[in-house]
Design a protein around this ligand. Structure first.
Ligand SMILES: Cc1ncc(COP(=O)(O)O)c(C=O)c1O
Length: 453
């Protein structure tokens, strides 16, 4: 054992210590205490610890408040300043929330199956927090990876019918990990132009040649693939598009990728748990086999009702991410209690398929009734239902009117998309509007009435 390790044992006052990924045990802790540990460890017992680095020179760090204020004013003038609404309480499966002192129906949550406050999910969370504490204490590769993570990864791999799965703290980080780890300079990445921001950011950050193809246009992708040169090539798409709610043409994308030897990476954040005969998501709904889509990402913060994300695929894919993905390695592990709660969610999801059926019944009912009112909907069979309102002003007015009638909402908008409102269905009840980016569209989530549990 090196002097440095002996010194650490001495400092810890313990006879065992983690060093990298190994648990080291000093055979005789007393010996460590008496030994001169100065050589190589930077610590000299006679002189004490090395002196701290000199204080950094004081640099005046005035926030450029004037400049920032001008930027913020510009945002506000363009109607693009976002507002955070404080949710004062939430109840009834997340269906009702209190905002600005009044109770409203929530139409803007992704908790499609009403699992975020399901008694068995909450109980699993509490029990694991008692056992493991609330924080994981370190990253997965140091000492943050516990039995709950191991079990959840195995269960997610089985659920997605893939050899392995790897947990991430968020979907954003998982997406960054996949694209930036697997691609670099000299490679090519093709993305649907309406992909989630995290996928677009990942493509740009990877250093690969980045191209966007027209939304859900497999033929356009195919012709771009045909024209592309040598090197690794990845096609990246949402399974269910998070703003418009439509499903990617996965069969066509898979066949274009197969023909050109490109990897298909699907982010199924909004499909898992909801689509497919057994809730396995948009790949199951499209009848695709795991080999058709070598890289699958799923989030736990949506239909699972918890938090976090995972990537599922081959042993080699997962091992590569585990060994080299910076957003996996250099961050604190998901708390064990969240992993335990996600395991409980996965069980409920599989044991109670009626939740999925209810969501889809609500989608159908919402579409039927909206059409009866003459509302124009975009083509979506998922809980995300965009309603075209024609103008930003109409979207804003509708949002305000809905709030006044007790329907909670949040404004957001997407400049390139038609002025629309979006509604989503979840198992629980009605969910609030959310005008998408810049008030051009609103999002509605209609959720089914809650069943007695
Ligand atoms: C399609 C899609 N991918 C990725 C993410 C990011 O997941 P997370 O919230 O876990 O970071 C989201 C939404 O949040 C999403 O809608």
């Amino acid at each position: 054992m090196s002097d440095a390790v002996q010194a650490l044992c001495f400092l810890a006052g313990a006879n065992s210590i983690f060093y990298g990924d190994k648990l080291l045990t000093t055979p005789n802790p007393g010996a460590a205490r008496t030994r001169n540990c100065s050589r190589g460890s930077g610590y000299d017992r006679r002189r004490g610890p090395p002196s701290p680095p000199p204080e950094p020179r004081h640099v005046a760090m005035h926030a450029p408040a004037g400049l920032l204020q001008a930027d913020l004013s510009q945002l506000a003038a363009a109607g693009r300043r976002r507002v955070r609404r404080e949710v004062e309480s939430r109840g009834h499966g997340g269906v009702r929330m209190r905002v600005a002192g009044r109770e409203v129906l929530a139409f803007c949550s992704n908790d499609y199956l009403g699992l975020a406050d399901h008694p068995s999910v909450v109980a699993a969370f509490v029990a694991a927090a008692r056992e493991w504490g609330v924080g994981s204490g370190a990253s997965h590769l140091v000492s943050g990876h516990c039995s709950e993570h191991v079990a959840l990864e195995e269960e997610l791999a089985a659920f997605t019918r893939r050899p392995r799965a790897l947990l991430f703290s968020t979907g954003y980080m998982a997406n960054l990990a996949v694209v930036t780890t697997l691609l670099g300079r000299g490679d090519r990445v093709f993305e649907d132009r309406l992909n989630h921001a995290s996928l677009l950011d990942a493509g740009l950050a990877s250093g690969a040649r980045f191209a966007r193809y027209p939304h859900a246009d497999a033929a356009a992708l195919e012709s771009r693939l045909r024209r592309s040169g040598p090197g690794r090539c990845m096609v990246v798409t949402d399974g269910v598009f998070s703003m418009d709610g439509d499903v990617a043409p996965l069969r066509e994308l898979a066949s274009a990728c197969r023909a050109r030897d490109a990897w298909l990476f699907v982010d199924d954040a909004h499909g898992l748990g909801v689509l497919g005969d057994t809730g396995r998501g948009s790949l199951e709904a499209a009848g695709l086999a795991p080999d058709d889509v070598p890289v699958l990402m799923g989030t736990l913060g949506k239909a699972f009702g918890t938090f976090g994300a995972f990537v599922a695929g081959s042993h080699e894919l997962v091992e590569t991410l585990l060994q080299t993905a910076r957003t996996y390695i250099y961050t604190t592990a998901l708390p064990a209690a969240v992993a335990a709660a996600s395991r409980a969610s996965l069980r409920v999801m599989q044991d109670e398929p009626w939740r999925r059926s209810r969501v889809l019944e609500h989608v159908a009912r919402f579409r039927r009734e909206a059409a009866g009112f003459g509302l124009r909907l975009l083509d979506s069979c998922t809980p995300i239902q965009p309603v075209v309102l024609g103008s930003e002003a109409a979207a804003v007015a509708a949002s305000e009117a809905l709030l006044a009638r007790g329907c909670g909402y949040r404004r957001s908008g997407r400049p390139p998309c038609p002025q629309a409102a979006r509604a989503c269905a979840s198992r629980s009840r009605r969910r609030t509007s959310r005008p998408t980016w810049i008030g051009y569209s609103m999002h509605w989530r209609a959720s089914p009435a809650r069943r007695a549990r």
